[in-house]
Design a protein around this ligand. Structure first.
Ligand code: NI
Length: 177
């Protein structure tokens, strides 16, 4: 498994709308496994393919021990995910993103969701979830539409965060590099 470079905002590639996958084949599985390695190394609890430069509808989610049944997998692989149900109740939870390093803000989203998707074997699955897992899945699915968590904030808050990220980038890359 390879650790891939993560694209950080602002970057036009993060605005791309990701394409559905026709099938889950060995290439898809390699991408998914590399995404998990990349997510764990970061470390993070969710990653979408577009963040590592592959604009296809695939996400990986790390499930916290506290949110997991005993024999449940610690990583979810979701290909072509679709939300089929959202609870009426919204909750405010602080979010971060590997493409917006060290930036955190509260975002309001539905508390519980049902999502259908293809798993790592290409089998159709349906998952009902709440808590952190529901939150991370919704955040990662936004990436597939070219949407970042800062797009849910006011323009003022968004601009502050994006300016901070540009400043960090300038400090890392001297102007004459
Ligand atoms: Ni993100």
């Amino acid at each position: 498994m390879a650790i891939l470079p993560i694209i950080t905002a602002p970057d036009r590639r993060l605005k791309a709308k990701s394409k559905p996958l026709d099938r889950v084949d060995d290439d898809t599985r390699k991408l998914l496994d590399d995404m998990v390695a990349t997510m764990r190394a970061a470390p993070g609890i969710g990653l979408s393919a577009v963040q590592v430069g592959s604009p296809v509808r695939a996400i990986v989610v790390g499930v916290r021990e506290a949110d997991r049944e005993e024999d449940a997998p610690e990583t979810l692989f979701l290909v072509n995910p679709e939300i089929t149900f959202e609870s009426d109740e919204d909750v405010l939870i602080e979010e971060g993103c590997l493409s917006l390093p060290d930036q955190f803000e509260n975002v309001e989203r539905p508390d519980e969701i049902t999502v259908k998707f293809l798993d790592r074997d290409g089998k159709p699955q349906t998952l009902q979830c709440g808590g952190t897992t529901a939150r991370v899945i919704q955040h990662e699915m936004d990436h597939l539409e070219g949407v970042l968590f800062v797009d849910h904030l006011s323009k003022i808050k968004r601009d502050i965060i994006l300016r901070r990220l540009l400043k960090v980038r300038r400090q890392k890359q001297p102007a004459d590099a």
